[in-house]
Design a protein around this ligand. Structure first.
Ligand SMILES: Cc1ncc(COP(=O)(O)O)c(C=O)c1O
Length: 445
Protein backbone atom coordinates (compact mmCIF):
# COMPACT_ATOMS: atom_id res chain seq x y z
CA UNK A 1 0.00 0.00 0.00
CA UNK A 2 1.33 3.44 -0.93
CA UNK A 3 1.23 5.56 2.19
CA UNK A 4 -0.10 9.02 1.60
CA UNK A 5 -2.64 11.41 2.95
CA UNK A 6 -5.54 10.78 0.54
CA UNK A 7 -6.86 14.30 1.01
CA UNK A 8 -3.60 16.11 0.11
CA UNK A 9 -1.57 13.45 -1.69
CA UNK A 10 1.34 14.05 0.73
CA UNK A 11 3.57 11.00 1.17
CA UNK A 12 3.61 9.73 4.76
CA UNK A 13 6.55 8.82 6.93
CA UNK A 14 5.63 6.64 9.89
CA UNK A 15 8.84 7.13 11.85
CA UNK A 16 8.17 10.36 13.69
CA UNK A 17 4.85 9.77 15.42
CA UNK A 18 5.61 7.71 18.53
CA UNK A 19 2.18 6.20 18.87
CA UNK A 20 0.38 5.88 22.22
CA UNK A 21 -0.58 2.49 23.66
CA UNK A 22 0.55 0.86 20.40
CA UNK A 23 3.07 -1.84 19.56
CA UNK A 24 4.94 0.69 17.39
CA UNK A 25 7.29 -1.71 15.57
CA UNK A 26 4.53 -4.24 14.90
CA UNK A 27 2.11 -1.54 13.74
CA UNK A 28 4.55 0.29 11.49
CA UNK A 29 5.47 -2.95 9.76
CA UNK A 30 1.82 -3.33 8.70
CA UNK A 31 -0.09 -0.11 9.45
CA UNK A 32 -3.85 0.13 9.71
CA UNK A 33 -4.92 3.68 8.88
CA UNK A 34 -8.26 5.44 8.98
CA UNK A 35 -8.74 8.52 6.85
CA UNK A 36 -12.45 9.31 6.78
CA UNK A 37 -15.52 8.71 8.92
CA UNK A 38 -19.27 9.09 8.72
CA UNK A 39 -22.11 7.68 10.80
CA UNK A 40 -21.25 4.07 11.69
CA UNK A 41 -18.26 3.83 9.36
CA UNK A 42 -14.62 4.63 8.84
CA UNK A 43 -12.78 4.43 5.54
CA UNK A 44 -9.12 3.53 5.05
CA UNK A 45 -6.96 5.82 2.86
CA UNK A 46 -7.51 3.43 -0.06
CA UNK A 47 -11.28 3.71 0.39
CA UNK A 48 -12.12 0.44 2.19
CA UNK A 49 -15.18 0.72 4.48
CA UNK A 50 -14.71 -0.27 8.14
CA UNK A 51 -17.76 -0.71 10.36
CA UNK A 52 -17.03 0.94 13.71
CA UNK A 53 -17.63 -1.59 16.48
CA UNK A 54 -15.93 0.55 19.11
CA UNK A 55 -17.26 4.10 18.67
CA UNK A 56 -13.68 5.10 17.97
CA UNK A 57 -12.30 4.52 21.45
CA UNK A 58 -15.59 4.24 23.39
CA UNK A 59 -16.29 7.86 22.59
CA UNK A 60 -18.18 8.63 19.38
CA UNK A 61 -21.55 7.71 20.87
CA UNK A 62 -23.65 9.72 18.41
CA UNK A 63 -21.82 8.35 15.37
CA UNK A 64 -19.17 10.02 13.26
CA UNK A 65 -19.13 13.48 11.72
CA UNK A 66 -22.64 14.36 12.80
CA UNK A 67 -23.62 17.56 11.04
CA UNK A 68 -24.89 19.57 14.05
CA UNK A 69 -21.62 18.92 15.87
CA UNK A 70 -19.43 19.63 12.85
CA UNK A 71 -21.37 22.85 12.20
CA UNK A 72 -21.07 23.96 15.83
CA UNK A 73 -17.30 23.43 15.88
CA UNK A 74 -16.82 25.18 12.55
CA UNK A 75 -18.99 28.09 13.63
CA UNK A 76 -17.14 28.46 16.92
CA UNK A 77 -13.72 28.25 15.25
CA UNK A 78 -14.73 31.07 12.93
CA UNK A 79 -16.21 33.16 15.78
CA UNK A 80 -13.70 32.84 18.60
CA UNK A 81 -10.90 30.30 18.46
CA UNK A 82 -9.78 30.60 22.05
CA UNK A 83 -10.42 32.53 25.23
CA UNK A 84 -8.64 32.18 28.57
CA UNK A 85 -10.66 30.47 31.29
CA UNK A 86 -8.84 31.99 34.29
CA UNK A 87 -10.68 35.04 35.60
CA UNK A 88 -12.33 35.56 32.20
CA UNK A 89 -15.26 33.54 30.91
CA UNK A 90 -16.96 32.94 27.63
CA UNK A 91 -20.60 32.09 26.97
CA UNK A 92 -20.24 28.66 25.39
CA UNK A 93 -18.34 27.22 28.38
CA UNK A 94 -21.22 28.19 30.69
CA UNK A 95 -23.68 26.71 28.20
CA UNK A 96 -21.69 23.48 28.01
CA UNK A 97 -21.56 23.17 31.82
CA UNK A 98 -25.32 23.76 31.99
CA UNK A 99 -25.93 21.10 29.32
CA UNK A 100 -23.81 18.53 31.17
CA UNK A 101 -25.37 19.43 34.54
CA UNK A 102 -28.82 18.91 33.02
CA UNK A 103 -28.21 15.16 32.56
CA UNK A 104 -26.15 14.69 35.75
CA UNK A 105 -27.73 13.16 38.86
CA UNK A 106 -29.75 15.53 41.06
CA UNK A 107 -27.56 17.57 43.39
CA UNK A 108 -24.50 17.18 41.10
CA UNK A 109 -24.71 20.35 39.05
CA UNK A 110 -21.18 21.74 39.33
CA UNK A 111 -18.93 21.02 36.35
CA UNK A 112 -15.15 21.57 36.15
CA UNK A 113 -13.64 21.22 32.67
CA UNK A 114 -10.45 19.38 31.77
CA UNK A 115 -9.23 18.08 28.42
CA UNK A 116 -9.17 14.32 28.80
CA UNK A 117 -10.26 11.50 31.03
CA UNK A 118 -6.80 11.40 32.59
CA UNK A 119 -6.99 15.05 33.55
CA UNK A 120 -10.50 14.56 34.86
CA UNK A 121 -9.33 11.70 37.11
CA UNK A 122 -6.43 13.66 38.58
CA UNK A 123 -8.64 16.72 38.99
CA UNK A 124 -11.24 14.64 40.86
CA UNK A 125 -8.65 13.27 43.28
CA UNK A 126 -7.27 16.74 44.00
CA UNK A 127 -10.83 18.03 44.42
CA UNK A 128 -11.58 15.30 46.97
CA UNK A 129 -8.47 16.16 48.98
CA UNK A 130 -9.19 19.91 48.75
CA UNK A 131 -12.75 19.26 49.94
CA UNK A 132 -11.64 17.46 53.09
CA UNK A 133 -9.09 20.18 53.76
CA UNK A 134 -11.78 22.84 53.40
CA UNK A 135 -13.92 20.87 55.87
CA UNK A 136 -11.11 20.86 58.41
CA UNK A 137 -9.87 17.29 57.81
CA UNK A 138 -6.60 17.90 55.95
CA UNK A 139 -5.22 14.47 56.84
CA UNK A 140 -7.68 12.79 54.49
CA UNK A 141 -5.43 12.31 51.49
CA UNK A 142 -5.32 8.57 50.76
CA UNK A 143 -7.00 7.46 47.54
CA UNK A 144 -8.32 3.92 47.20
CA UNK A 145 -8.59 2.51 43.69
CA UNK A 146 -9.18 -1.01 42.49
CA UNK A 147 -7.16 -3.68 40.77
CA UNK A 148 -7.77 -3.62 37.00
CA UNK A 149 -9.10 -0.06 37.33
CA UNK A 150 -8.12 2.45 34.65
CA UNK A 151 -8.11 6.15 35.37
CA UNK A 152 -5.88 7.35 32.59
CA UNK A 153 -2.17 7.92 32.56
CA UNK A 154 -1.43 11.01 34.62
CA UNK A 155 0.27 10.56 37.98
CA UNK A 156 -2.87 10.17 40.08
CA UNK A 157 -4.65 7.99 37.56
CA UNK A 158 -1.61 5.78 37.03
CA UNK A 159 -1.28 5.19 40.76
CA UNK A 160 -4.97 4.83 41.60
CA UNK A 161 -5.34 2.60 38.57
CA UNK A 162 -4.78 -1.10 38.92
CA UNK A 163 -3.47 -2.35 35.58
CA UNK A 164 -0.06 -3.82 36.44
CA UNK A 165 1.56 -3.13 33.06
CA UNK A 166 0.66 0.56 33.27
CA UNK A 167 2.24 0.89 36.71
CA UNK A 168 5.29 -1.31 36.77
CA UNK A 169 7.79 1.05 35.12
CA UNK A 170 7.09 3.90 37.52
CA UNK A 171 7.18 2.62 41.09
CA UNK A 172 5.48 4.81 43.68
CA UNK A 173 4.84 8.04 41.79
CA UNK A 174 2.33 9.08 44.42
CA UNK A 175 2.20 8.22 48.10
CA UNK A 176 -1.00 7.16 49.79
CA UNK A 177 -2.84 4.84 47.46
CA UNK A 178 -4.34 1.44 48.13
CA UNK A 179 -6.48 -0.90 46.08
CA UNK A 180 -9.56 -3.04 46.37
CA UNK A 181 -9.47 -6.35 44.56
CA UNK A 182 -11.02 -6.59 41.12
CA UNK A 183 -14.60 -7.82 40.90
CA UNK A 184 -13.75 -10.14 38.01
CA UNK A 185 -14.74 -13.69 38.96
CA UNK A 186 -14.75 -15.94 35.93
CA UNK A 187 -15.28 -19.08 37.98
CA UNK A 188 -18.65 -17.92 39.31
CA UNK A 189 -19.82 -15.35 36.79
CA UNK A 190 -18.80 -16.56 33.31
CA UNK A 191 -21.35 -15.75 30.58
CA UNK A 192 -23.25 -13.27 32.75
CA UNK A 193 -25.82 -11.12 31.03
CA UNK A 194 -25.96 -7.68 32.61
CA UNK A 195 -24.82 -7.50 36.23
CA UNK A 196 -23.23 -10.75 37.46
CA UNK A 197 -24.89 -12.48 40.39
CA UNK A 198 -21.80 -13.07 42.52
CA UNK A 199 -19.33 -10.71 44.12
CA UNK A 200 -21.15 -8.04 46.17
CA UNK A 201 -19.00 -9.20 49.08
CA UNK A 202 -15.82 -7.99 47.34
CA UNK A 203 -16.87 -4.52 48.52
CA UNK A 204 -16.52 -5.62 52.16
CA UNK A 205 -12.78 -5.46 51.69
CA UNK A 206 -13.15 -1.69 51.79
CA UNK A 207 -13.88 -1.95 55.53
CA UNK A 208 -10.56 -3.76 56.04
CA UNK A 209 -8.62 -1.20 53.98
CA UNK A 210 -10.26 1.71 55.79
CA UNK A 211 -9.49 0.14 59.16
CA UNK A 212 -5.86 -0.35 58.12
CA UNK A 213 -5.27 3.31 57.18
CA UNK A 214 -7.94 4.80 59.47
CA UNK A 215 -10.83 6.70 57.94
CA UNK A 216 -9.36 9.98 59.17
CA UNK A 217 -6.63 9.60 56.53
CA UNK A 218 -8.76 8.58 53.57
CA UNK A 219 -10.06 11.04 51.00
CA UNK A 220 -11.85 8.96 48.41
CA UNK A 221 -12.52 5.70 46.68
CA UNK A 222 -12.29 5.89 42.89
CA UNK A 223 -13.75 3.15 40.72
CA UNK A 224 -15.18 2.79 37.27
CA UNK A 225 -18.78 1.69 37.88
CA UNK A 226 -18.17 -0.62 34.92
CA UNK A 227 -14.47 -1.21 34.29
CA UNK A 228 -13.97 -0.77 30.56
CA UNK A 229 -10.31 -0.66 29.67
CA UNK A 230 -9.38 -3.76 31.66
CA UNK A 231 -11.90 -5.79 29.71
CA UNK A 232 -15.56 -4.88 30.33
CA UNK A 233 -16.02 -5.88 33.96
CA UNK A 234 -19.64 -5.30 34.95
CA UNK A 235 -20.23 -4.66 38.68
CA UNK A 236 -21.82 -7.59 40.53
CA UNK A 237 -25.32 -7.03 41.84
CA UNK A 238 -25.18 -5.19 45.16
CA UNK A 239 -21.48 -4.32 44.91
CA UNK A 240 -21.76 -0.60 44.19
CA UNK A 241 -24.49 -0.26 46.83
CA UNK A 242 -22.09 -1.70 49.39
CA UNK A 243 -19.26 0.59 48.33
CA UNK A 244 -21.60 3.56 48.70
CA UNK A 245 -22.74 2.49 52.16
CA UNK A 246 -19.21 1.89 53.44
CA UNK A 247 -17.98 5.24 52.09
CA UNK A 248 -20.92 6.98 53.76
CA UNK A 249 -20.22 5.26 57.06
CA UNK A 250 -16.64 6.54 57.09
CA UNK A 251 -17.02 9.97 55.49
CA UNK A 252 -15.04 8.85 52.43
CA UNK A 253 -15.98 10.33 49.04
CA UNK A 254 -17.00 7.98 46.24
CA UNK A 255 -15.72 8.94 42.80
CA UNK A 256 -17.21 7.21 39.77
CA UNK A 257 -14.92 7.35 36.78
CA UNK A 258 -17.50 7.48 34.00
CA UNK A 259 -15.15 8.33 31.16
CA UNK A 260 -16.51 5.33 29.26
CA UNK A 261 -19.92 4.92 30.87
CA UNK A 262 -20.91 8.59 30.72
CA UNK A 263 -23.41 9.79 28.12
CA UNK A 264 -25.32 6.70 27.19
CA UNK A 265 -23.00 3.72 26.98
CA UNK A 266 -25.10 1.80 29.52
CA UNK A 267 -28.42 3.04 28.18
CA UNK A 268 -28.67 5.95 30.63
CA UNK A 269 -26.92 9.29 31.00
CA UNK A 270 -24.49 7.80 33.49
CA UNK A 271 -23.82 4.43 35.10
CA UNK A 272 -24.80 6.22 38.32
CA UNK A 273 -28.24 6.74 36.76
CA UNK A 274 -28.52 3.18 35.49
CA UNK A 275 -27.46 1.61 38.78
CA UNK A 276 -29.24 4.23 40.87
CA UNK A 277 -26.18 4.91 43.03
CA UNK A 278 -25.19 8.47 43.77
CA UNK A 279 -21.44 9.08 43.82
CA UNK A 280 -19.97 12.31 45.20
CA UNK A 281 -17.94 13.05 42.10
CA UNK A 282 -18.21 11.83 38.50
CA UNK A 283 -15.39 12.07 35.99
CA UNK A 284 -16.24 12.00 32.30
CA UNK A 285 -14.76 12.77 28.88
CA UNK A 286 -15.07 11.05 25.49
CA UNK A 287 -18.79 11.10 24.59
CA UNK A 288 -19.33 14.40 26.44
CA UNK A 289 -18.80 16.06 23.05
CA UNK A 290 -18.73 12.98 20.84
CA UNK A 291 -14.91 13.17 20.95
CA UNK A 292 -14.97 15.91 18.32
CA UNK A 293 -12.46 18.01 20.29
CA UNK A 294 -10.52 16.80 23.37
CA UNK A 295 -12.54 17.38 26.54
CA UNK A 296 -12.91 15.96 30.02
CA UNK A 297 -15.02 17.08 32.96
CA UNK A 298 -15.48 16.55 36.68
CA UNK A 299 -19.04 16.74 37.95
CA UNK A 300 -19.21 17.41 41.68
CA UNK A 301 -21.96 17.37 44.23
CA UNK A 302 -23.04 20.97 44.75
CA UNK A 303 -22.03 20.72 48.40
CA UNK A 304 -18.45 19.78 47.45
CA UNK A 305 -18.22 22.88 45.28
CA UNK A 306 -19.82 25.07 47.95
CA UNK A 307 -17.56 23.77 50.71
CA UNK A 308 -14.37 24.45 48.77
CA UNK A 309 -15.54 27.81 47.45
CA UNK A 310 -16.90 29.08 50.77
CA UNK A 311 -13.78 28.11 52.71
CA UNK A 312 -11.67 30.65 50.83
CA UNK A 313 -11.54 34.36 51.66
CA UNK A 314 -13.64 36.62 49.42
CA UNK A 315 -11.69 37.49 46.27
CA UNK A 316 -9.27 34.57 46.61
CA UNK A 317 -9.08 31.77 44.07
CA UNK A 318 -10.75 28.88 45.89
CA UNK A 319 -9.52 25.82 43.95
CA UNK A 320 -6.01 26.40 42.68
CA UNK A 321 -6.32 24.08 39.73
CA UNK A 322 -7.14 24.37 36.02
CA UNK A 323 -5.83 24.03 32.50
CA UNK A 324 -5.14 26.51 29.71
CA UNK A 325 -7.73 24.60 27.72
CA UNK A 326 -10.33 24.11 30.48
CA UNK A 327 -13.61 24.91 28.74
CA UNK A 328 -11.97 25.38 25.33
CA UNK A 329 -14.51 27.13 23.08
CA UNK A 330 -14.36 24.46 20.34
CA UNK A 331 -14.72 21.61 22.82
CA UNK A 332 -17.60 23.40 24.54
CA UNK A 333 -19.37 24.15 21.25
CA UNK A 334 -19.10 20.45 20.41
CA UNK A 335 -20.42 19.53 23.88
CA UNK A 336 -23.49 21.77 23.59
CA UNK A 337 -24.30 20.36 20.14
CA UNK A 338 -23.64 16.78 21.26
CA UNK A 339 -25.87 17.00 24.32
CA UNK A 340 -28.66 18.45 22.16
CA UNK A 341 -28.26 15.68 19.60
CA UNK A 342 -28.17 12.92 22.22
CA UNK A 343 -31.42 14.27 23.68
CA UNK A 344 -33.17 14.91 20.36
CA UNK A 345 -32.39 11.45 19.04
CA UNK A 346 -33.06 9.88 22.46
CA UNK A 347 -29.83 7.94 22.11
CA UNK A 348 -29.60 6.86 25.78
CA UNK A 349 -33.04 5.25 25.45
CA UNK A 350 -32.08 3.81 22.08
CA UNK A 351 -29.04 2.10 23.60
CA UNK A 352 -31.26 0.60 26.27
CA UNK A 353 -33.76 -0.63 23.69
CA UNK A 354 -31.01 -2.18 21.58
CA UNK A 355 -29.40 -3.89 24.59
CA UNK A 356 -31.36 -7.19 24.47
CA UNK A 357 -30.60 -7.61 20.79
CA UNK A 358 -26.92 -6.77 21.27
CA UNK A 359 -26.79 -9.17 24.22
CA UNK A 360 -28.37 -12.05 22.30
CA UNK A 361 -26.09 -11.53 19.31
CA UNK A 362 -22.99 -11.37 21.48
CA UNK A 363 -23.86 -14.46 23.53
CA UNK A 364 -24.44 -16.43 20.31
CA UNK A 365 -20.62 -16.56 20.16
CA UNK A 366 -20.60 -18.87 23.18
CA UNK A 367 -18.96 -22.14 22.17
CA UNK A 368 -16.78 -20.61 19.45
CA UNK A 369 -13.14 -21.61 19.52
CA UNK A 370 -11.09 -20.23 22.47
CA UNK A 371 -14.01 -18.23 23.92
CA UNK A 372 -14.03 -18.53 27.73
CA UNK A 373 -16.46 -15.76 28.68
CA UNK A 374 -18.90 -13.27 27.20
CA UNK A 375 -20.29 -10.39 29.25
CA UNK A 376 -22.32 -7.31 28.44
CA UNK A 377 -24.39 -4.39 29.65
CA UNK A 378 -25.91 -1.49 27.71
CA UNK A 379 -24.12 -1.29 24.39
CA UNK A 380 -20.84 -2.65 25.64
CA UNK A 381 -19.62 -6.21 25.50
CA UNK A 382 -16.52 -8.26 26.19
CA UNK A 383 -15.50 -11.58 24.67
CA UNK A 384 -12.70 -13.17 26.65
CA UNK A 385 -10.39 -15.59 24.86
CA UNK A 386 -8.12 -18.24 26.29
CA UNK A 387 -4.61 -16.74 26.01
CA UNK A 388 -2.08 -18.55 23.83
CA UNK A 389 0.40 -20.35 26.07
CA UNK A 390 3.40 -18.06 26.61
CA UNK A 391 1.93 -15.31 24.41
CA UNK A 392 -0.66 -13.32 26.35
CA UNK A 393 -2.73 -10.78 24.36
CA UNK A 394 -1.53 -12.09 20.97
CA UNK A 395 -4.70 -14.01 20.18
CA UNK A 396 -6.89 -10.93 20.70
CA UNK A 397 -4.44 -8.74 18.75
CA UNK A 398 -4.69 -11.20 15.85
CA UNK A 399 -8.49 -11.11 16.13
CA UNK A 400 -8.40 -7.30 16.01
CA UNK A 401 -6.20 -7.36 12.88
CA UNK A 402 -8.29 -10.00 11.12
CA UNK A 403 -11.54 -8.19 11.91
CA UNK A 404 -10.01 -4.98 10.53
CA UNK A 405 -9.06 -6.81 7.35
CA UNK A 406 -12.64 -8.07 7.20
CA UNK A 407 -13.99 -4.51 7.54
CA UNK A 408 -14.92 -4.31 11.23
CA UNK A 409 -13.15 -2.34 13.97
CA UNK A 410 -13.03 -4.12 17.33
CA UNK A 411 -10.90 -3.26 20.32
CA UNK A 412 -8.83 -5.61 22.41
CA UNK A 413 -7.29 -5.47 25.82
CA UNK A 414 -5.16 -8.40 26.97
CA UNK A 415 -7.09 -11.35 25.48
CA UNK A 416 -10.47 -9.69 25.65
CA UNK A 417 -12.24 -8.36 22.56
CA UNK A 418 -14.31 -5.32 23.52
CA UNK A 419 -17.27 -4.01 21.55
CA UNK A 420 -18.84 -0.60 22.18
CA UNK A 421 -20.48 0.62 18.98
CA UNK A 422 -21.97 4.08 18.46
CA UNK A 423 -25.46 4.23 19.97
CA UNK A 424 -26.96 4.80 16.50
CA UNK A 425 -26.11 1.23 15.49
CA UNK A 426 -28.75 -0.74 13.57
CA UNK A 427 -29.60 -4.40 14.16
CA UNK A 428 -28.08 -5.48 10.85
CA UNK A 429 -24.82 -3.79 11.81
CA UNK A 430 -24.76 -5.64 15.16
CA UNK A 431 -25.23 -8.86 13.14
CA UNK A 432 -22.37 -7.95 10.85
CA UNK A 433 -19.98 -7.21 13.73
CA UNK A 434 -20.82 -10.43 15.53
CA UNK A 435 -20.66 -12.59 12.38
CA UNK A 436 -17.29 -11.07 11.47
CA UNK A 437 -15.98 -11.89 14.95
CA UNK A 438 -17.40 -15.42 14.60
CA UNK A 439 -15.69 -15.99 11.25
CA UNK A 440 -12.40 -14.68 12.60
CA UNK A 441 -12.62 -16.84 15.74
CA UNK A 442 -13.19 -19.94 13.61
CA UNK A 443 -9.93 -19.37 11.73
CA UNK A 444 -7.81 -18.05 14.59
CA UNK A 445 -5.01 -20.23 15.91
C1 LIG B 1 -12.42 5.01 32.92
C2 LIG B 1 -11.39 5.82 32.22
N1 LIG B 1 -10.79 6.82 32.87
C3 LIG B 1 -9.88 7.60 32.30
C4 LIG B 1 -9.51 7.39 30.98
C5 LIG B 1 -8.48 8.25 30.35
O1 LIG B 1 -9.01 9.08 29.40
P1 LIG B 1 -8.07 9.82 28.36
O2 LIG B 1 -7.48 8.77 27.48
O3 LIG B 1 -9.00 10.77 27.68
O4 LIG B 1 -7.03 10.54 29.16
C6 LIG B 1 -10.12 6.38 30.25
C7 LIG B 1 -9.77 6.13 28.85
O5 LIG B 1 -10.21 5.19 28.22
C8 LIG B 1 -11.08 5.55 30.89
O6 LIG B 1 -11.66 4.54 30.26
Amino acid sequence: MKLENPHTGTALSLDEWWMPFTANRHFKAAPRLLAKADGMYYWTPDGREILDGTAGLWCVNAGHNRKPIVDAVQRQAATMDYAPPFNVGHPVAFEAATAVAAVAPAGMQRVFFANSGSEAADTAMKMAIAYHRARGEPARRIIIGRERGYHGVNVGGTMAGGIPGNRKAYGALMAGVDHLRSTHDLARNAYSKGQPAHGAEFADELERIIALHDASNIAAVIVEPMAGSAGVLVPPKGYLEKLRAICDKHGVLLIFDEVITGFGRLGAAFAATRFNIKPDIITCAKAINNAAVPMGAVIARNEIHDTIVNAAPEGAIEFLHGYTYSGHPLACAAAVATQKLLAEEKLFERAREMEPHFEAALHSLRGERNVIDIRNIGLVGGIELEPRPGAPARRALDAHIKCFEAGVLVRFTADIIALSPPLIIERAQIERIVETVRTVLKTLE
